[in-house]
Design a protein around this ligand. Structure first.
Ligand code: SAM
Ligand code: F3S
Length: 442
């Protein structure tokens, strides 16, 4: 059996796409996944270009597998994802030992690209086109034994925030047909999946026209929620601009929607939000959170932040710090602004010095992690439903699962609990996880 090794960089969309690469190669060419790059017949890099560091890492990691191809010329090397999409043929110029370059929308063409490349005298294959939803029509039905699964509901982004490469690398927003999404979720639920994560760069931009009717994200959630067997619905990522009243109401009416929303704000300063072209103000963002909490008081909010966007003054940064206090964000991500070639912000004046960016990031991260600890501490002594995901990564004598509000809990228990929802009493809050004891058994 041929073996494929996949190295994934970046976001959840990339993790999903990597799973799909393996699915398509298994179905067409009988490949099996391996975690050991040395035994692979095919080495794939699924790349990220959101920040410069991630992009450069791809080339250094590619250099590290070059000797495997030199030792065995039958080994194939492929580069997919956003760096592939952005650089195209440029990847072959920089790393001539690469055999195929494919974009996020051409994963389903992997078998035919490999076949073409293997023909005598054929050069490296490059296909980074955006053939709309063709990708989904050509992917095999997902098969899983896991309690959790991801389902992509839309691709791409049409927001063009001035700092971001995604609209250029993944193309404009396209929603998957409504019925296809429901069939995929139902297929997974029938296999025992209890928790579904609906994926997209902006899930709440979901819009699908069917029989002269437009189906929006809140309606999709209604239908997904009716699928028997599902216990939890997550989604990632949503955008404040399209966080509609209907979506907020879903937190009143759909108990399967988890107590957690990841809603990237990026900055607390209206000047910076405008320069980023985010399409909302600080006040509008705060109003969404207020309405959400009115709909579901237990909902926890996490976010993405960028510090040191061009022109960000000390006062702008303090606006971000005060927003963190005002909203009370839990477990969030924060990054230093990284200029991306071809994006409008890269050409703006007044870039912030690296040292200032570092200082701001460190202050923000300290505040965010103190907040996360505070919310974890509040859970100590309480009892929570935990969906058991598997053996703990750090301690193989323990099991690990997630609460409804997305906190990782480690506890002692028998492996037969994996895949079940059980009640856990939280006994201790650590910086990045909770400890607990089993209250009820499945
Ligand atoms: N679709 C999401 C949203 O609502 O904004 C974000 C997708 S983006 C791939 C993930 C995160 O990366 C963003 O929320 C942003 O914080 C960060 N990011 C994107 N471009 C960046 C850049 N040029 N420099 C630093 N961070 C960046
Ligand atoms: Fe990027 Fe903004 Fe879209 S951060 S993914 S352009 S919403």
């Amino acid at each position: 059996m041929k073996k494929v090794y996949v190295r994934t960089f970046g976001c959840q969309m990339n993790e999903y796409d990597s799973d799909k690469m393996v699915d398509v190669l298994r179905a067409h060419d009988g490949y099996e996944k391996t975690e050991d790059v040395k035994e692979a017949d095919l080495i794939l890099f699924n790349t990220c270009s959101v920040r410069e560091k991630a992009q450069e890492k791809v080339f250094s990691d590619l250099g590290r597998v070059r000797h495997l191809k030199e030792a065995n010329p039958n080994v194939m090397i492929g580069v997919g994802g956003c760096v592939a999409s952005q650089e195209g043929k440029g990847i072959i110029s920089r790393a001539p030992y690469v055999d195929i370059v494919f974009g996020p929308q051409t994963i389903h063409r992997l078998p035919s690209m490999l076949k073409e490349r293997r023909k005598p005298g054929k050069k490296a294959q490059v296909d980074i086109s955006f053939p709309e939803v063709e990708k989904f029509d050509n992917l095999p039905t997902p098969i899983t034994t896991s309690q959790s699964a991801m389902v992509s509901i839309m691709e791409g982004c049409s927001k063009y925030c001035t700092f971001c490469v995604v609209p250029y690398t993944r193309g404009e927003e396209i929603s998957r047909p409504f019925e296809d999404v429901l069939v995929e979720v139902a297929t997974l639920a029938a296999q025992g999946v209890k928790e579904i994560t609906l994926l997209g760069q902006n899930v709440n931009a979901y819009r699908y026209e069917q029989d002269a009717e437009v189906i929006e994200f809140a309606t999709l959630l209604d239908y997904v929620s009716d699928i028997p067997g599902l216990e939890r619905i997550r989604f990632s990522t949503s955008h404040p601009k399209e966080f509609s009243d209907a979506l907020i109401s879903s937190y009143r009416t759909l108990p399967k929607l988890v107590d957690h929303v990841h809603l990237p704000v990026q900055s607390g300063s209206n000047n910076i939000l405008e320069a980023m072209k985010r399409g909302y103000t600080r006040e509008q963002y705060i109003k969404i959170i207020k309405d959400l909490k009115a709909a579901r008081s237990t909902v926890s909010i996490s976010s993405d932040f960028i510090v040191g966007f061009p022109g960000e003054t000390d006062a702008d940064f303090e606006d971000t710090m005060s927003l963190v206090d005002e909203v009370g964000f839990d477990g969030s991500y924060s990054f230093m602004y990284s200029p991306r070639p071809g994006t409008p912000a890269a050409g703006l004046p007044n870039h912030v010095p690296l040292e200032t960016k570092k200082q701001r990031l460190s202050r923000l991260q300290t505040k965010l992690s103190n907040n996360a600890s505070h919310y974890s501490q509040l859970m100590v002594g309480g009892k929570f439903d935990v969906l058991v995901e598997g053996v703990s990564k750090k301690d193989s004598s323990k099991l690990s699962g997630r609460t409804n509000n997305n906190k990782v809990v480690n506890f002692e228990g028998q492996e037969r609990l994996i895949g079940h929802t059980i009640e856990i009493q939280v006994t201790e809050a650590l910086p990045n996880s909770l400890r607990g004891i089993v209250v009820t058994r499945a």
